[in-house]
Design a protein around this ligand. Sequence first.
Ligand code: AMP
Ligand code: ZN
Length: 469
Amino acid sequence: MRFYNTMTKRKEEFVPLEPGKVKMYVCGPTVYNLIHIGNARPMIIFDTARRYMEYKGYEVNYVSNFTDVDDKIINKANEEGVTSEEISTRYIEECKKDMEGMNVLPATTHPLATKEIDGMISLIRTLEEKGYAYNVDGTVYFRTRKDRDYGKLSHKNLDDLRSGFRDLKVSGEAEKEDALDFVLWKPKKEGEPYWESPWGDGRPGWHTECCVMAKKYLGSATIDIHAGGEDLIFPHHENEIAQSEAANGVEFAHYWLHNAFLNIDNRKMSKSLGNFRTVREISEAYDLQVLRLFMLSAHYRSPLNFSAEIMESAKNSLERIENAVSSLKHLAENAGTEACTPEEQEKLEGMKRFRAAFEEAMEDDLNTADALAAVFDLVRFANTEADENSSRAFAGALQQEIISLCGILGLKPERKEEALDADIEAKIEERQAARKARDFAKADAIRDELLAAGIVLEDTREGVKWHRA
Ligand code: AMP
Ligand code: ZN
C-alpha cells in the first residue's frame, strides 16, 4: 500500500510502526455549526482509508478530535446567549448524525479538547523547560527560531513567510521574538471559558490540542498517519510537528496525508459568497450515500467540484449499482438450479479480476476513482453474465462480490427493501403463530394486510413462500 506523503512529497510504501497495527489521527471539525460538505471530504476519505486498511487485516486505532473551544464557538455562544459547552455539545451530536448518514464509522476515540487541558499544560511546561517556549504576560509562545526543522512539512521559505508576517507582528503581537512564533497558551478574556495554569487563567492554542490527543489516545509519541485537509498543512500541522518533536524528541508522524479542497460550481465555498452547503441540506434532497459516492469519484488529492449536475450523476451511478444488486438478488431467489455449472465456475474465476483491479487502485495512494471504476466494470459483467437461467450460487456470488467491494468503500448498495423483507418475514411468523393457536381470523387479517402491501403469500409443503404482486 502506498501513500503520498506531504512531508517527502513522494508516494511511499506504507510500513507501520508495529506490524499489523495502524495508529492514525485525523483533525476533526470545530463544532460551532452544522458541518459543511467541505468538512465531509476528509471524513469520507480517511474513513475509506481506514476501512481499506481494516480489510487488509490491519487493526486501526483511529482518533479524530472535536475542537470544542475556539473563538468561533465563543462567538456563537455569545450570539445565542448560551454557554460554549452548549454550542459544542449540540454540534457534536449533529455532526455524529451526519457521519452516520454518510456511513462514516465512529472513531476509536473522539477526544474533546476541553477534556485534555492538563495534558496540554504539561506539554507546554516541557517546552518551557527545554527552552522552546516563552511567556509574555500570560501568553506563551513557541520559539520557532530554536527549531531547526521548522517548515519541513509545508516546504515553505521561512524568510518569505517572516516578511509576510511582519505587518501582523506590528499590528497585534509585537511582543513575539519572531513573526512565526505561535501561541501555545493565551490569557482569558472577559466572558470566555478558561482554565487555571502556571501562566495564569486562559486556554490552550489550537495546535497544542492535536499533539496531546494524538499521543494520549494512540499511545505513542510517534504515530503512523496524521491526516486532514490541505489547508491544515500550514500553520496547523507544521506547528503540531514543531511542538510534538521539540517536546518528545522523536518524529511525530511517519505519513502526512492531505485531501484537496472541495469547491462549489468551480468557486471556493465560503459564507461570504453565499454558496455554503451543509451536509444536512444535502441529506434533504439525497441519500447521503450519494454524497459519499460523489466524494469517492475523484482522487482525494485532486480538487473536487460540487454541482447539482454532478450530484445527479452520482445518484444515477449509485442506482446502477443498486439495480444490479437487487436484480441479482431476485435472480438468486427465483433460480431454477442451486449449484454453479462448470461454465459459471469459470466465470466466477474471471470475476476475480475486478477485485484485483479494485485493490490495485486502492493500493496506489487510495485511488478511489479507479476503485469505483472496477466496481462499475463488475456491475456491467454481472448484468451481462447473469440471467433467469443462472444458478442460485452464481447469481448470489455476483451479488455478494458487488456488496463486498462497495462495503470497503463504505457504500451499502442494498435497497431499503432489505429492511422491508425482514418486516415481511416477521409478519409471516406472526401469522404462523396465529394459525398454530387456531386464531384463523388473525391469520387471515395478516394475510390481507400483506396483500394490501403488495405481498402475496403461498402456503406450500415447504412452508410459507411469498412474492411481490
Ligand atoms: P475546520 O472545522 O475548519 O477545522 O475543518 C475540519 C476539516 O475539514 C479539516 O480537515 C479541513 O481541512 C477540512 N475542510 C474544511 N473545508 C474544506 C473544503 N472546502 N474542502 C475540503 N476539506 C475541507
Ligand atoms: Zn489538528
